[in-house]
Ligand binder design. Structure first.
Ligand SMILES: [Zn+2]
Ligand SMILES: [Zn+2]
Length: 329
């Protein structure tokens, strides 16, 4: 089969490799659609590449499945790339990322993938693969999980820091909740995308001091909700400082370290700060409900390529002049 590999120094190589064999309990999936994730860029840019095949957000058809999995041949499934033991408190609440036996199964940018049955979430027949890959993956799953924990309502003003795919996904879900959305993003292309997806305004942090601007836009109070969706350390400061008294803050953008000043940024404002990572099985079914009730993802995917052009697709994604970039097969 053909599969995309991180070949080192910002190159993707399509290689012919043996089709994986499904072990006992595994499902063999013929991938139909996958999307590039921001977290892949580390392996993409690394001098020696990364473990392959690449990709961890994908949707495909069941080729073979264990009889106990309840999956028919040809059934479309959204592949979750984290599995767990299946029996602990985290696995049983649909949250295997916290399982002590958590395993990662990458390789959605390939023709076939073998994954444990617990990684396959059935896609209803009315949802096409190129939408299911957003609804059933990080693109909407991660934003939805964070926004559920924050408890968003139409009374909220939400400031979103970083309008890469996760920030844009947050904007799409915030629009569904009818919240007021203020976006912050240094790349002009993504500011425009943020406005198209529902942000009232998209501020450029290189051109203005965004914290006082957000205060000004909120009558001096600050945003009731702030979401840090950026990999940069300084956006943690911005998210804390632009939050209103009693505000809620979600830290979603992965980063190893960031400085905080607890008293002025946190304690005196009585903030509630959530760390939010990935999403759960129950989230997936709630997201399908949101979609049926009008969650609009138009514009989130900006580029489509066949798997054969994965190298070009990654180059565009890495330039940050894109939303989600789709690989179809
Ligand atoms: Zn991802
Ligand atoms: Zn477990």
């Amino acid at each position: 089969m053909k599969a995309a590999f991180y070949a080192g120094d910002s190159r993707i190589e399509l290689r012919d490799v043996p089709t994986p064999t499904a072990g006992p309990g595994d499902v063999l999936v013929r991938i139909r659609a996958s999307v590039i994730c921001g977290s892949e860029l580390h392996d993409y840019h690394a001098a020696h590449g990364g473990k392959g095949p690449a990709g961890h957000e994908g949707v495909g058809q069941v080729v073979s499945a264990p009889a106990t999995a309840g999956l028919a041949q040809g059934q479309l499934v959204a592949v979750q790339v984290l599995s767990g033991c299946g029996n602990c408190e985290h696995c049983l609440s649909g949250d295997p990322e916290h399982c002590a036996a958590m395993r990662f199964h990458g390789g959605t940018h390939a023709e076939y993938m073998a994954v444990p049955a617990m990684c396959c979430r059935p896609v209803p027949a009315d949802i096409p693969a190129d939408l299911a890959v957003l609804l059933g993956g990080d693109a909407i799953g991660t934003p939805y999980h964070a926004l559920s924990r924050l408890g968003i309502s139409a009374a909220d003003t939400a400031a979103v820091f970083g309008c890469g795919p996760i920030g844009l996904g947050c904007i799409a879900v915030l629009r569904f909740y009818a919240a007021r959305i203020l976006a912050v993003e240094p790349v002009a292309y993504r500011r425009e995308l943020a406005r198209q997806l529902g942000a009232e305004i998209a501020l450029d942090p290189a051109a203005e001091d965004v914290v006082p601007r957000i205060r000004e836009l909120t009558g001096g109070r600050g945003a009731s909700v702030t979401l840090d969706c950026s990999p940069e350390a300084e956006t943690v400061t911005m998210a804390l400082e632009s939050a209103a008294i009693h505000g809620r803050v979600a830290l979603i953008g992965e980063k190893p370290a960031a400085g905080i000043r607890p008293s002025p940024q946190f304690i005196r404002k009585e903030l509630t700060v959530y760390g939010s990572w990935y999403f759960t099985g129950p989230d997936y079914f709630q997201i399908l409900d949101l979609y049926r009730r009008g969650l609009d993802l138009t514009g989130l995917i900006t580029h489509r390529f066949p798997l054969e052009e994965a190298d070009r697709a990654f180059a565009i994604f890495a330039s940050r002049r894109s939303g989600k970039v789709l690989l179809v097969q």
